[in-house]
Design a protein around this ligand. Structure first.
Ligand SMILES: [Zn+2]
Length: 279
């Protein structure tokens, strides 16, 4: 399928190349911020996704990828940006993590998928990532120049010339966000909006806080959660905040389906050694 061939062909290793001159001139460039076109947003996100999936390839299972894509596409249809070229992928990585790059490229690791107990929990994670994309969190982080070597004029140059140099500079700088994380407030916002998207799509919106609760119970010393904990605010604090935000607004949707059986069937057939965590 398209998603797989697209990402499988990406062999670029996760590499950061910083240009110190570009870094120094950042201050000036910040003053000339330009909005980024959707076309450039998509091109940039595709490049960053290729960088990141070069480091951890997709699980080689078309049926599993199709299942996660169907859920992701359904959720994305319930946002204000349904027409982005959304693509969802399960990475063959036992680290517990999920992330999204600009333009609609969303990934969850096999490690995090295995922490889910039902489809509503998986939907909650995907919806959190989707809302980073719809709100352009990574893109704005780059555009505001919070990332080394980047500013609006580089984006502008790229748009004009489609020059490879400007593009790869952007992609490499953008990739850095994924080792460092977004703004804390962006993460809390993605939890709140993610729960709303899940509810709109017909899922029990408590899937997100529920899977976060499971993640919060993982030993923080474990290597499996090192990157996720480094790039996200404290998980218990996320659970607390999203529950407060949902209370009185989304609790009436808590009877919506969790789809536990459908999820368990797919996982048992396609993810070796899957054992759902106890409730
Ligand atoms: Zn996030």
């Amino acid at each position: 399928m398209l998603t797989i061939s697209l990402f499988m062909s990406a062999s670029t290793a996760l590499a950061f190349r910083f240009d110190t001159d570009a870094l120094k001139s950042m201050g000036d460039k910040l003053k000339q911020l330009k909005p980024v076109s959707e076309k450039d947003e998509i091109a940039l996100g595709k490049g960053i996704a290729a960088n990141l999936t070069g480091a951890a390839p997709l699980v080689n299972d078309a049926a599993l990828q199709r299942y996660v894509n169907q859920i992701g596409m359904w959720l994305a249809m319930h946002t204000d940006r349904p027409n982005l070229p959304w693509r969802f992928g399960v990475l063959d990585d036992m680290m517990v993590n999920a992330f999204a790059t600009p333009g609609g490229y969303v990934f969850i690791t096999r490690g995090l998928l295995m922490q889910c107990r039902d489809e509503a929990e998986l939907a909650g994670i995907l919806a959190h990532e989707i809302s980073h994309v719809t709100a352009r969190h990574a893109l704005e982080t780059m555009r505001k120049g919070a990332v080394a070597g980047l500013a609006g004029d580089v984006l502008g140059e790229y748009a004009k010339s489609k020059g490879h140099e400007g593009y790869s500079k952007l992609v490499n700088a953008g990739t850095e966000i994924y080792t460092r994380g977004l703004d804390k407030e962006d993460e809390f916002a993605a939890d709140r909006v993610g729960a709303v998207i899940a509810a709109r799509a017909g899922y029990d919106p408590y899937g997100l806080p529920s899977v976060l609760q499971t993640v919060a119970s993982i030993n923080p010393q474990s290597d499996a959660v090192a990157l996720m904990f480094k790039t996200h605010p404290n998980t218990a604090e996320r659970v607390e905040k999203v529950l407060v935000a949902m209370d009185g607004r989304l609790d009436k949707y808590s009877e919506q389906p969790k789809l536990q059986n459908r999820f368990a069937q797919v996982m048992q057939a396609h993810v070796a050694a899957y054992k759902p965590a106890k409730r």
